[in-house]
Design a protein around this ligand. Structure first.
Ligand code: ARG
Length: 460
């Protein structure tokens, strides 16, 4: 059995069959191909300009890398499991194309700094894609918010009808959440954007490399200060996964609302045929599968975070092959999040709000009971606790009579609190209640329009 042609110098026989199963990462780390070539280019140019390799050799290597890039783009590159990973696959192909001079590329470099350089570049781009996906979703939510500043729906606490709000207000709450999610990716991107390249195996190198030059050419802000940290740190990947997890949790909450809102019992929104599926047995069904899947996939993203955190927690400095487990978790979370963001943005653009159903749902829950209590405080000068009690007793009365607060006769209310006057009816309608919530961030259309203006400015 032959030894590995890239590192097999001191080996007399090849690996056991099971090693061929457990060792290779090429099946997944081929996704780092573009980053690996970018990293090699930067390293090669620096080696040549520092005189560590001859200019001519540098040019040959760069030409070879370009040829490989083309093969990759055309799908002609042959990935080999016996070459373990993307780094050795590319280097070996380079040798096939340009001969032994290819071997000069790995001067002053190790796969340890190479892989984490590639990976940081990949995660950096993933942060940018997450941001774009979140922004598209915010725009879809904003589109609904623009249309529904006057659409009244029940606001819930404990999933009980609490106080009337507008659909616009509800949509904008999610715009805020997804805005913070974007901030988390932005922070993660800023922090990860330092170059590990040149840390070599772990201790640096005896060659006179220029780490500032390679950092700059790869778009990193600066080289990482400590070569051991550069090799072993994966908190950038954890931070990315944490940001993915929180965004996925927010998506899950919104997905849950969609599932609920689209049931016949709520009927708050309608999803078109394009975003629902039928049941194979019940002809009347219209299932919001995509929303359920978005909600369901949250677990995987959190699982990716937990899995990588568990890998890293036990590791002494610096590199251990355990770290090869970092990539699949990040790829899976990125693929999942990007898919969910796209699906959610499409659903939010697709749905049609049902204002009548939303309004009807308010009626059952006495959502203006707080307005009644507030009126008693304002006009009758009672302490709020007492007013709360009066309003509660009136609600009980209305409930017993089977009417809304608005429909309860004044004389009935006066059996609870004789000082109540006709005036009270002004605050008992849904519209009056919504319009009165003028405090900063409140649900009054005038206030919600301020939020809308803010986000229009930020997003457009
Ligand atoms: N495939 C490896 C990984 O993903 C690359 C680094 C390997 N380094 C080493 N010394 N074996 O982490």
């Amino acid at each position: 059995m032959s030894t590995n042609k890239m590192w097999g110098g001191r080996f007399q026989s090849g690996p056991a069959d099971i090693m061929r199963e457990i060792t290779p990462s090429i099946d997944f780390d081929k996704r780092l191909a573009a980053e690996d070539i970018a990293g090699s280019r930067a390293h090669c140019r620096m080696l040549a300009s520092e005189g560590i390799i001859a200019k001519d050799d540098g040019l040959k290597i760069l030409d070879g890398l370009t040829a490989i890039e083309k093969e990759l783009a055309e799908g002609k590159f042959v990935f080999k499991r016996e070459l373990e990973d993307i780094h050795l696959n590319i280097e070996s192909r380079l040798a096939e194309l340009i001969g032994p001079v290819a071997g000069r590329l790995h001067t002053a470099r190790s796969r340890n700094d190479q892989v984490v350089t590639d990976f940081r570049l990949w995660v950096r781009a993933a942060c940018e894609r997450a941001d774009a996906g979140l922004k598209a979703l915010q725009l879809a939510l904003l589109g609904q918010a623009e249309k529904h500043t006057d659409t009244i729906m029940p606001g819930f606490t404990h999933m009980q009808v609490a106080q009337p709000v507008t659909f616009s207000h509800h949509m904008l709450a999610y715009v805020e959440m997804f805005g913070r999610d974007r901030g988390r990716f932005e922070d993660a991107k800023k922090r990860l954007n330092e170059s590990p390249l040149g840390a070599a195996a772990l201790a640096g190198t005896s060659f006179p490399i220029d780490r500032d030059a390679t950092a700059k050419s790869l778009g990193f802000i600066r080289p990482m200060r400590n070569s051991m940290d550069a090799i072993s740190a994966r908190d950038f990947a954890l931070e990315y996964l944490a940001a993915c997890t929180i965004a996925a949790v927010h998506l899950s909450r919104l997905a849950g609302e969609l599932v609920q809102w689209s049931t016949p019992a709520f009927g708050f929104v309608k999803l078109s045929d394009a975003f629902t599926t039928g049941s194979s047995i019940m002809p009347q069904k219209r299932n919001p599968d995509a929303a359920e899947l978005v909600r369901g996939k949250t677990g995987r993203v959190l699982g990716d975070f937990v899995a990588l955190a568990t890998v890293v927690k036990g590791l002494v400095l610096t590199y251990g092959t355990d770290l090869q487990e970092d990539k699949e978790r990040v790829f899976d979370a990125a693929d999942t999040l990007e898919l969910c963001l796209a699906a959610m943005a499409a659903m939010m653009a697709d749905l049609t709000a049902q204002p009548e159903a939303m309004r009807a749902a308010c009626v059952a829950g006495f959502p203006t009971a707080t307005d009644l209590a507030d009126w008693v405080v304002r006009v009758l000068k009672k302490p709020f606790r007492e007013a709360h009690h009066i309003s509660g007793s009136i609600v009980k009365l209305a409930e017993d009579k089977g009417v809304t607060l608005e429909k309860l006769a004044l004389a009935e209310m006066q059996t609870i609190e004789p000082a109540i006057t006709e005036e009270v009816f002004k605050v008992l309608s849904l519209d009056a209640s919504v319009n009165s919530r003028m405090s900063l961030g409140g649900t009054a259309p005038a206030r919600v329009k301020e939020q809308l203006n803010h986000w229009r400015g930020v997003l457009k």
